[in-house]
Design a protein around this ligand. Sequence first.
Ligand SMILES: N[C@@H](CCC(=O)N[C@@H](CS)C(=O)NCC(=O)O)C(=O)O
Length: 230
Amino acid sequence: MIDLYTWPTPNGHKIHIMLEETGLPYEVHPIDIGRGDQFDPEFLKISPNNKMPAIVDRDGPDGRPYPVFESGAILLYLAEKTGKLMPRDTRGRFDVIQWVMFQMGNIGPMLGQAHHFRHYAPEPIPYAVARYTNEAGRLYGVIDRRLKERDYLAGEYSIADIATFPWLRSWERQGQNIEDYPNLKRWFDAIAARPAVQRGLQVLADRSRTGPMDAKAKEVLFGATQYQRR
Ligand SMILES: N[C@@H](CCC(=O)N[C@@H](CS)C(=O)NCC(=O)O)C(=O)O
């Protein structure tokens, strides 16, 4: 059994989809990041960077519970545990690892900053909006070119695709038009059609924010609460 500490965000969705794709049993523990659950000392023992998602595998490698934080590490862990969504040969494995690293080092941070400066910054900062919107477009182009000659980022459907897909769902909020990237769009539609992906996206869907972020959440995520020394 996997204890899943999560919230319906792109990083959370990666793990929801992975658990549905692999069929591992899991129990959801909501971490409401707009209310500050991520600073609970018990959660920080599992996720020292005060971010979701995190998991505890009750049946860890040595039979004892094993905690994992960072969504890329969680995907690698679950792929290794199940032998699914990751090739076994070295070349195939590293094709996947490179694209997981690309997601973790580029897609998440840059698209996250695009969301921040386009939608959450207290005042408009045109340089930051242009910088991160341009960077988002550049990254969409990298993916589009990669998918010109293959169906998925590392050839077969893998954790590299599971890591990347949830971030591209909100392309409009990143100032992009998915129609400008036809290979990316084909890939996106194929993933969106997978039943396990659709089930994963339903995890905590009733807790998704529908309107703009409220003042309390902004304070927790971007204000004094976030930067308080612990
Ligand atoms: N690199 C981390 C990023 C996780 C992350 O940024 N999580 C955000 C929500 S998507 C979070 O928990 N934010 C809470 C906070 O910053 O206090 C991962 O991929 O797991």
